[in-house]
Design a protein around this ligand. Structure first.
Ligand code: ZN
Length: 593
C-alpha cells in the first residue's frame, strides 16, 4: 500500500516536472501538534511518529526522524522501500546535505510552501542556488494521492470571557497596534494559532489537546481580517463585529496579501510564518521581521489569569490526589496497566469544574518505559504496573481557567538503591530551581544550573530542557521563555518576567530500567527590592504531593528539606478544604516526613 502511494506520488512528480519532492510533518501554522488533515507524511510513509520528513526522488524514498523514533520507524517502514535516515547519527546526511548531493543544474525541487517555515524555505533557496536547480512550492501533490483525505477540521469556536482572560480583545489589539506604530508598520500578519486565539479571546478545537482554531489574522492600522471557515465562528460573530474584524475564507489569505498596497510595511514573525506566505509577501512589499508582539504579551499572565491558575491548580491537584490514592490502594490487588492508570486519572480530572480535555497525551511509563522520554502507552505497548519499581506519569489538562502540566514518579513497591539515589537527585534539582531567588534580568540559561548541579556533580545529565512556558487555556508548550543550559538556544536567553509560567522538570533516564521526572508549573513573580535592585522568585502553581517513599533524606541539604516541607505544607493547606475526608487523610499521611 505504501509502495503504491509513493509510486503515485512519483508519477505526479513526473507529470509536473519535479525531480525531488519533500513532505514534512506540519500544518500551515507551524503548529507543534497537527490535525488529521495535515498528516500527509504519515499517510505517504506509514510512519506515525510526531517528527519526520519524507523525501522522494525518481528512484528512492527516504524518511528522516530523530532518536526517539528510530525503533518505531524501522518497524513501521518495513516492506515499504523507504530508507530510514537517522538524524544526527554519524554518516547520515542532513536533508539539506542530501538535497545538495542529489539536485543537479536544471532539476526542480518541489514542496508545499504552506507547510514549511520561512527558515526551512530559505535553506532550500540556498541549496538550489548552489546546485543550479530551482524551486516550485505551490503544489500539494499529497492532496492528489490522498483521495480519501479527511476534511479540514471545522470545530465551532467560543468566546472566552474576560473573567478568565483579564483583558479585553480590543485592549490586546490596541497594544499590538501600538507596537506596530512604533515600528512604522501598516500591517501585521499573525499565523500562529495560539497567538490568534489569545489576541481575540477565542478558543476552538481544531487541534487535539490545543484549544485553537484554524485561521490567519491580518491586523491593519484600524481594521482587521480573520481568514477562517465562517461556519465555525457563528458563536463569535457579534464579538468579532464589535472588534471591527471582517471575515474572509480561510485560504483567501494567499491571494489577499498579494493585493496589499506596495507601500505597506508588514510586521511578521519569521519563525511562525509559513514560507508560501513569506514569499508572496516579500516579493511585493516591505517586511519588518520581529517576534509576534503577542507572544511575549501572552507569556506574562495578568492578575486575573494568575487567580484563575491558582484555582485551576486546586481542581487539578484534587484529581491528582484522588489518582495517587487510588493507585496506592489498588496496586498489586487489581490489574493496573499503564493505559488503565492514565484513563483513571483522566476520569478523575474530567469531574473537575471547567475541564475541557487533556493538554497532551498522558505519558504513563512503568519501569523501563519510564526511561523513554516521549513514551505514550498504546494498546500495543501497554504493560502491567507490578507492585515494585517506579511509574512515571506526566500529564495535564485544559480548563477554562488555565492549562496544567505535572509529572510525578511514584514508587509502586520496593525500589533498588540506585532508583532511590536517582530519585533523590531529581528531587534535589527540582527543589533548588523552585526555591531560586534571582535578580531581575536573569534568563532560563542563567538558572538552569540550579536544577542540573546535582546531576553534573556526578557526571550525569538529562537530554532535554529543564522547563518550558505554559499557555493559559492554550498550548501546553509556549514560548518565548524556557530553561536550558545551552545559551545557544534563543528561548533560553529570554528574560524571565513577572507573570511568566514555566515548568521545572529535571529527570533521569536509565535505559532498559526506569525513568524519574518531577515537574511543577512555576509562576515567576517579583520578590523584594533591595539596594542591589529588584529580585524575583517562583510561586509553585502545581499542588500535588511529591512521593517521599523513594527519598534518601540523608542526601538532602537542610535547605532542600525546608523547601520540600514548605511545599507540602502549602499543598495540604490549599487542597484540604476541597478533599473528601478519606483523600485528606491519605494526603496527610503521604506528606509525613
Ligand atoms: Zn512539561
Amino acid at each position: 500500500m505504501i509502495k503504491e502511494r509513493i509510486n503515485s506520488l512519483r508519477s505526479l512528480m513526473k507529470r509536473d516536472g519535479f525531480d525531488i519532492y519533500v513532505v514534512p510533518t506540519s500544518d500551515y501554522h507551524n503548529s507543534e501538534y497537527v490535525g488529521v488533515y495535515f498528516k500527509c507524511r504519515e499517510f505517504l510513509s506509514g510512519f506515525t511518529g510526531s517528527n519526520g520528513t519524507l523525501v522522494v526522488t525518481d528512484d528512492g524514498a527516504y524518511l528522516w526522524t530523530d532518536g526517539r523514533y528510530f525503533l518505531q520507524a524501522a518497524e513501521e517502514l518495513k516492506g515499504s522501500d523507504i530508507e530510514l535516515m537517522k538524524m544526527l547519527e554519524e554518516g547520515v546526511p542532513t536533508i539539506t546535505e542530501f538535497l545538495t548531493d542529489n539536485l543537479k543544474s536544471g532539476s526542480v525541487l518541489g514542496f508545499d510552501g504552506r507547510v514549511f517555515s520561512v527558515g526551512e524555505g530559505l535553506d532550500f533557496e540556498e541549496v538550489v542556488k548552489k546546485t543550479g536547480a530551482s524551486i516550485r512550492f505551490d503544489i500539494d501533490l499529497c492532496a492528489e494521492v490522498w483521495t480519501d483525505r479527511p476534511a479540514l477540521s471545522a470545530q465551532p469556536v467560543f468566546v472566552l470571557d474576560t473573567k478568565y482572560t483579564g483583558r479585553a480583545a480590543s485592549e490586546k489589539l490596541a497594544d499590538i497596534r501600538k507596537e506596530m506604530a512604533e515600528a512604522g508598520c501598516t500591517h501585521h500578519i499573525v499565523t500562529s494559532l495560539d497567538d490568534i486565539a489569545w489576541i481575540l479571546n477565542m478558543r476552538g478545537a481544531d487541534v487535539d489537546c490545543n484549544p485553537v482554531f484554524l485561521s490567519y489574522l491580518l491586523i491593519g492600522k484600524d481594521d482587521a481580517i480573520l481568514f477562517v471557515n465562517p461556519d465555525i465562528v457563528t458563536a463569535a460573530k457579534s464579538h468579532l463585529d464589535s472588534l471591527g474584524i471582517r471575515l474572509m475564507p480561510y485560504n483567501d489569505i494567499y491571494t489577499n496579501i498579494g493585493k496589499l498596497p506596495a507601500d505597506a510595511k508588514v510586521m511578521i514573525d519569521k519563525n511562525r510564518l509559513n514560507y508560501a506566505l513569506y514569499s508572496t509577501l516579500s516579493s511585493h512589499c516591505e517586511t519588518y521581521i520581529t517576534a509576534n508582539p503577542s507572544t511575549l504579551m501572552k507569556s506574562k499572565k495578568n492578575e486575573t489569569e494568575r487567580e484563575n491558575l491558582r484555582e485551576t491548580n486546586i481542581i487539578d491537584g484534587v484529581a491528582m490526589v484522588r489518582f495517587l490514592r487510588w493507585l496506592d490502594e489498588n496496586i498489586g490487588k487489581t490489574r493496573i496497566t499503564e493505559v488503565s492508570a492514565a484513563k483513571q486519572l483522566e476520569r478523575f480530572r474530567a469531574e473537575g469544574r471547567g475541564y475541557k480535555g487533556l493538554s497532551f497525551d498522558t505519558i504513563s511509563g512503568y519501569n523501563a518505559h519510564g526511561a523513554i522520554i516521549h513514551y505514550e502507552p498504546t494498546e500495543a505497548t501497554d504493560i502491567e504496573v507490578e507492585p515494585h519499581g517506579l511509574l512515571l506519569v506526566d500529564s495535564g489538562a485544559q480548563y477554562l481557567g488555565g492549562t496544567t502540566d505535572i509529572t510525578r514518579t511514584i514508587a509502586v513497591g520496593p525500589l533498588t538503591d540506585e532508583m532511590k539515589h536517582h530519585y533523590t537527585m531529581v528531587l534535589r534539582g527540582h527543589l533548588a530551581l523552585a526555591a531560586a531567588i534571582f535578580k531581575e534580568g536573569c534568563s532560563g540559561a542563567n538558572l538552569d544550573i540550579l536544577a542540573r548541579a546535582p546531576f553534573w556533580d556526578e557526571y550525569e545529565d538529562y537530554n532535554h530542557g529543564t522547563g518550558h512556558g505554559v499557555g493559559f487555556f492554550l498550548n501546553v508548550h509556549e514560548g518565548p521563555q524556557s530553561f536550558h543550559w545551552n545559551s545557544g538556544r534563543r528561548s533560553t536567553l529570554t528574560k524571565l518576567e513577572d507573570g511568566m509560567v514555566i515548568t521545572d522538570e529535571p529527570g533521569i533516564y536509565i535505559e532498559g530500567k526506569y525513568g524519574v521526572r518531577i515537574e511543577n508549573d512555576l509562576l515567576c513573580v517579583k520578590d523584594k527590592k533591595s539596594e542591589y535592585g529588584q529580585f524575583m522568585r517562583f510561586e509553585a502553581l502545581t499542588l500535588c504531593p511529591i512521593d517521599l517513599r523513594p527519598v534518601n533524606f540523608d542526601e538532602l541539604t537542610a535547605k532542600e528539606f525546608r523547601t520540600l516541607k514548605a511545599y507540602h505544607d502549602m499543598v495540604v493547606e490549599k487542597l484540604s478544604p476541597h478533599l473528601e475526608p478519606a483523600d485528606r487523610e491519605w494526603l496527610l499521611n503521604a506528606v509525613k516526613m
